[in-house]
Design a protein. Structure first.
Length: 438
């Protein structure tokens, strides 16, 4: 494809970018629905089926197990296919899977294995959607708009994370947990409609790719880039350990609030929503903070804010002390979401477009692959040593992992490197620009 054609197909600035507005709106509504489900599904399991720590761990594991099963081939397939169509199909299949929950409840046949199967199917769709999502954003907006676009996307996601749990808790009280799942189905359908209405002609053209190779070799290329590049490798390993800890305590949080602290179901949603405010703050401050102090410095301090503060969660108790839960979750959200905004823009610039799907899936398999293990570990530990003790262990692990930023590749300096990763040059079928920093 010639440079003239590429220039003509450049998307408009963000303020006039209709495709980005549709993408932004669809993602926001979809996350709102998904966040209602983070409260509704655990409450359905606990209040309707009297699920204990083991089942809560299994439900959490089922949501993330597909990353281990299909994560690597999903990245190679996304690089071969139109990511917009991949996301659209994933939305529709997820809507059908989650929609089976209220239908089964209406027919009187809903049980925990059905709930587990629906969560597993939804998680599989999420693998394809999230892999395609990361590869699609650079085609929707100009390169100069990536920071602002990621800030808006993460900011909206965080806002929906604030609203979603509260809405979910309220819906459970009004219509029951099984019927409240319909909010998640609606989110998937709105997201699909927004993707369908986008104008393909206003997107950046797909990246030029060398001749197609066997699937196994394409997967190996993506894994190799992540393994060789010290920044991508550190982000992946640190994210995997942190996600294990966060998922571990998150799997038992609703159970901890309801059974240990005596919190009512409707109030559980409000507490989780209050904690989610931190993600909104993190998304809002990440880009201006990075511009002011530098991307590397911003990453370091955001992770310090979002690490040790997780230990506030297990310090909570009945009565007023329950407020330590949303405070701890909020501070973790500031650091985690803020760092994700900076990291995402860096990754999208640092990785050649033709490798984005594969490198993201390679990272995500390890990042998210620890999460089903965390769900199983939390369920086993919760039964063996107690829910509270397990939350103490998981939050302490997250605190320690976050502080590894001080020994990582960006432990000093103002900014993360610019240019294109030298480790990706061969796999992308071209050499990196001269002077590229590592």
């Amino acid at each position: 494809m010639t440079g003239a054609v590429r220039a003509a197909a450049e998307p408009p600035p963000l303020r006039r970018n209709r495709n980005f507005r549709l993408f932004w709106a669809g993602e926001g509504v979809s996350v709102l629905g998904a966040m209602t489900a983070t409260v509704v599904v655990p409450l359905l399991a606990v209040t309707t089926f009297d699920a204990g720590p083991g089942w809560m761990g299994l439900l959490t594991a089922a949501a993330w197990l597909p990353w281990l099963l299909v994560g690597l081939p999903a990245g190679a397939w996304v690089d071969r296919l139109d990511p917009r169509r991949v996301m659209l199909v994933a939305d529709l299949v997820a809507a059908a899977a989650v929609g089976s929950i209220p239908v089964a409840a209406l027919l009187g046949v809903l049980d925990l294995p059905h709930l587990l199967a629906a969560v597993l199917a939804n998680g599989t769709c999420a693998v394809f959607f999230r892999t395609a999502y990361g590869a699609f954003v650079p085609r929707v907006v100009r390169a100069d708009d990536l920071d602002a676009a990621n800030g808006r996307l993460y900011g909206t996601e965080s806002a929906m994370q604030v609203a979603g749990p509260g809405v979910g808790g309220l819906l459970v009280q009004l219509v029951g947990a099984a019927t409240a799942v319909v909010a998640d189905v609606a989110g998937f359908l709105v997201s699909a409609a927004c993707l369908w209405r986008m104008d393909p002609a206003a997107l950046r053209p797909p990246p030029e790719r060398p001749a197609r190779e066997p699937l196994r070799r394409e997967i190996a290329n993506g894994v190799g880039v992540v393994a060789r590049d010290r920044y991508l490798r550190f982000f992946t390993l640190q994210g995997a350990a942190s996600n294990f800890a966060l998922t571990g305590y998150g799997a038992l949080l609703v159970l901890f609030l309801v059974r240990d602290l005596g919190v009512a179901p409707g109030t559980v949603g409000l507490l989780v929503a209050a904690g989610s405010v931190g993600g909104l703050v993190g998304a809002a401050v990440a880009t201006p903070l990075a511009r002011r102090v530098g991307t590397a410095r911003a990453m370091r301090w955001l992770q310090v804010v979002g690490g040790p503060t997780a230990l506030l969660v297990p310090l909570a108790g009945p009565g007023a002390a329950v407020g330590l839960v949303p405070l701890g979750v909020a501070l973790v959200g500031v650091g985690v979401v803020g760092a994700n905004v900076v990291r995402s823009a860096f990754r999208q610039r640092w990785t050649p477009p033709s490798l984005l799907g594969r490198t993201m899936s390679a990272s995500s398999v390890l990042n998210f692959g620890t999460m089903p293990l965390a769900g199983l570990a939390a369920g086993w530990l919760g039964s063996a040593i107690g829910v509270h003790e397990t939350i103490v262990a998981m939050t302490a692990l997250h605190a320690l992992v976050s502080l590894t930023v001080w020994i990582g590749p960006y432990r000093t300096g103002r900014d993360l490197p610019a240019g294109v990763s030298a480790a990706a040059g061969g796999a992308a079928g071209r050499r990196p620009p001269r002077g590229t920093r590592r």
